[in-house]
Design a protein around this ligand. Structure first.
Ligand SMILES: [Zn+2]
Length: 467
């Protein structure tokens, strides 16, 4: 009997830890978590405060709050809603008995007209709704999978139409007097910090899954450390990671994962720590505890693909069959795969360039250019002089120019001379500025402390489950 109980307890403890370690462990931890509610600037951890979060946006006066007979001129003095529950907290709260709601899941083939008809309203009413004020016209953009609701008053008149696009967005078109007014309501999920940790046995991907991270978070984790660690070649069995990330909640229910707030990755015994920091301009990025950017000024790889042909100044050309230096690196990828700007800069060339085919050349500062060739098409707005950000999509993989198959040919040039983009020493992205350093230290120290709290309670739970 005993071993069985033991296993159950251990399993339960593991689940608690990997799900959200601070949801309920000790009151001590809970208290510490409370004390962090001030430090994380952009309202992230502030939201861990157990007080219920409500949308700050006042809910617009809507007809459903008042009898249709009074809908004319007293919109300003509608009764206070019961127990502070707002419309936005409960979509389409049918809490007024005089409104009758009909709900339809939108399927492909449905039209607004057919949906109005199903609800008992003709095209004339539909037109007066979509020609209403505000964002009422948005009702015409319907997609399968969305939900539409009609509210009818006791006398059969249409009071409002609500189009729920997804869990966060609802277009509400309500009668106001003789006409309709539409407003898009966007809800903000509540973000609560959660913790996951693991040790790599096979791949980061597998270990992260086991730790409860979504694939999306794992990609982000790899992206944060990807500047220092090559997750294809450098990761070893025994490498460890810890992540504090946001779990997003709507009405107390888990909705998805948000951003990574801090992360630690021990690669071959070497510790790397990354902290998310939003500067006074509102720009967020990851830095190490000393304020050094986790990024380089250039992406090592401007595409999510494997090398198909390396940089080689003595290569035989695959088409011409003569020794012709390969002044770049090729990445094999399906046509249409997005190509990212390796660094921030300006477009120096965008168009057709002989054997290179459809090509973009970016200029970064005074002495570095990057070139991206054989595109199927250029990214939006790519023309001479366009400013691009690092990571922005500048084009898509194709097989234009002289090629044997679709791939990206990528060149990195320093003072005009080709360099191997995979080995060239890349300049760091800008560190925290000295004027920002005091604030950075304050925010990140608290975040590091938070990290420690998570880790401790994780270890305590793991320990408790071992006894
Ligand atoms: Zn090439």
């Amino acid at each position: 009997m005993f071993p069985k109980t033991h296993i159950t307890i251990a399993a339960a403890a593991t689940v608690i830890v990997t799900a959200t370690v601070l949801m309920s462990p000790s009151s001590n931890v809970e208290a510490k978590r409370m004390s962090y509610s001030l430090d994380l600037e952009q309202g992230t951890v502030a939201k861990t405060n157990p007080e219920p979060e409500r949308s700050e946006q006042p809910v617009s006066p809507s007809v459903e709050e008042q009898p249709a007979s009074a809908a004319g001129d007293d919109a300003g003095e509608q009764p206070v809603q019961q127990v502070g529950v707002t419309d936005s907290a409960i979509p389409a709260a049918p809490d007024k008995p005089e409104l009758e709601w009909q709900t339809f899941a939108i399927k492909s083939g449905d039209t607004l007209s057919s949906l109005f008809k199903k609800a008992g309203f003709n095209d004339g009413i539909m037109l007066s709704v979509i020609h209403g004020d505000g964002e009422a016209g948005e009702l015409q953009r319907l997609y399968a999978g969305e939900t539409i609701r009609f509210a009818t008053t006791g006398d059969g008149a249409l009071a409002s139409v609500e189009l729920q696009r997804n869990l966060l967005e609802t277009l509400k078109v309500s009668r106001e007097g003789q006409s309709f007014t539409g407003e898009m309501e966007v809800r903000k999920p509540e973000a609560r910090p959660a913790f996951a940790s693991g040790t790599i046995d096979g791949s980061l991907y597998l270990a992260a899954r086991e730790a409860g991270l979504t694939d999306q978070l794992t990609m982000e984790l790899a992206g944060i450390f990807g500047w220092e660690i090559d997750f294809v070649y450098d990761v070893r069995k025994g490498d460890q990671f810890e992540v504090v990330y946001e779990e997003l909640y709507l009405d107390g229910e888990k909705f998805g994962a948000g951003r990574i707030l801090s992360a630690r990755f021990v690669n071959r015994g070497e510790e790397n720590v990354a902290l998310l920091y939003t500067d006074s301009n509102g720009d967020s990025d990851y830095y190490n505890p000393n304020g050094k950017s986790m990024r380089k000024a250039f992406l090592r790889t401007p595409i999510n693909a494997r090398v198909s042909s390396p940089f080689n100044l003595q290569r035989r050309h695959p088409v011409l069959d003569v020794v012709r230096p390969h002044e770049g690196t090729d990445y094999g990828a399906p046509p249409g795969t997005p190509i990212k700007a390796a660094g921030a800069g300006r477009v120096q060339f965008a168009g057709w360039k002989g054997g290179y085919g459809r090509t973009v050349i970016l200029k970064h500062g005074d002495n570095i250019t990057t070139l991206y060739a054989h595109m199927s098409r250029l990214g939006k707005g790519m023309k001479n002089g366009t400013r691009v950000k690092q990571g922005e999509t500048i084009g898509y993989v194709g097989s234009s120019g002289m090629v044997t198959g679709p791939h990206l040919h990528y060149e990195f040039r320093l003072n005009g001379a080709p360099r191997n983009s995979r080995t060239v020493k890349l300049p760091d992205a800008k560190p925290i500025s000295s004027s920002e350093m005091a604030r950075f230290k304050q925010v990140t120290e608290q975040r590091i402390a938070q990290f420690g709290v998570f880790r401790e309670s994780y270890q305590q739970l793991a320990l408790a489950s071992d006894d």
